[in-house]
Design a protein around this ligand. Structure first.
Ligand code: CP
Ligand code: NVA
Length: 307
């Protein structure tokens, strides 16, 4: 059987992702049923950027499934000294059963997947963060029930890798979405991702706006992320000024549905993209999201690695 990678939600059908999500809930509810599910299997984990959640949740997850995770800092690999991605992919494929990579550039993950004979899982690139949004969907379903069709998610701030994956998540699971950013920080290739989202679900409502009240109006999920993504630290000071108006605070939450939840993939910067009273308040589900990284990724690993 041909191996499958997990690089973008766009590579999967909605039914496949829904099946994976069902498994994530099941694995969370009955972890003891899966302690041998990937017995003896090895996950190689390459990191070209920092990580707390991705590293720990994959390491704990593969351990809970009966396997082992090897942490591979890209600085320590010969990759950092010019060994090619194709050679790295071929060699790793002889030792491990799957590779998880957090990469600087999305294209490198695609190249790795092309040359690896084992499944490759994307643990964040400059383009997207698919594992995070699987955990986010698990969290949304825990709060609102399994049928999330018609719910509205509003993302505010810097349009980035999270924005792309959230659009794909909403398209697949039947949610609508608004993205609130000033034009300078709007999503690049907005029309391209919009076309792809509408191909998944033609009746999805997907709105790009710079108007906070209009974007947040009635939303069930308010989502933000750091204004300074990894590898993009150069324009931090300018962004702090430009995005000040787009901070998620109590007033912004007030435009949302009264049962709305606040989400953030973390790491967060209190006082920048979100005010402390919101992220540490009763509507915040940030630590459920962090926990669900492990459960959702166990389902992803099992789907890709089971024999
Ligand atoms: N949300 C997330 O990916 O966190 P880390 O950068 O800590 O892995
Ligand atoms: N947009 C952030 C997400 C971190 C999990 C970054 O790329 O740094």
């Amino acid at each position: 059987m041909k191996k499958r990678d997990f690089i973008s939600l766009l590579d999967y059908s909605s039914d496949e992702l829904k099946a994976m999500m069902k498994l994530a809930h099941e694995m969370k509810a009955k972890p003891d049923d899966y302690t041998d599910a990937l017995r003896g299997q090895i996950l190689g984990m390459i990191f070209q950027k920092n990580s707390t959640r991705t590293r720990l949740s994959f390491q704990a997850g593969i351990h809970q499934l009966g396997g082992t995770g090897f942490f591979l800092s890209s600085n320590d690999l010969q990759l950092a000294r010019g060994e090619t991605i194709s050679d790295t992919a071929n060699v790793l494929s002889r030792y491990v059963n799957a590779i998880m990579i957090r990469a600087m550039y999305h294209n490198d993950v695609e190249q790795l997947a092309k040359y690896a004979s084992v499944p490759v899982i994307n643990g964040l690139t400059d383009y997207n963060h698919p594992c995070q949004v699987m955990a986010d969907m698990q969290t949304i379903q825990e709060k609102f029930g399994h049928n999330v069709e018609g719910l509205k998610l509003c993302y505010l701030g810097d349009s980035n890798n999270m924005t792309v994956s959230l659009i794909c998540m909403c398209a697949h699971f039947g949610m609508n979405m608004s993205i609130v950013s000033p034009e300078k920080y709007a999503l690049k290739d907005q029309d391209v991702i919009k076309t792809k989202a509408l191909k998944i679900r033609g009746d999805m409502k997907l709105v790009f706006t710079d108007n906070v009240q209009e974007g947040v109006d009635g939303a069930h999920v308010i989502y933000t992320d750091t204004w300074t993504s990894m590898g993009m630290e150069g324009d931090r000071d300018q962004k702090l000024k430009d995005l000040d108006y787009y901070r998620v605070n109590k007033k912004v939450m007030g435009y949302a549905d009264s049962d709305a939840i606040f989400m953030h993939c973390l790491p967060a910067h209190r006082g920048e993209e979100v005010s402390p009273d919101v992220i540490d308040g009763s509507q915040s589900v940030i630590f459920d999201e962090a926990e669900n990284r492990m459960h959702a990724q166990k389902a992803i690993m099992y789907t890709l690695m089971k024999n």
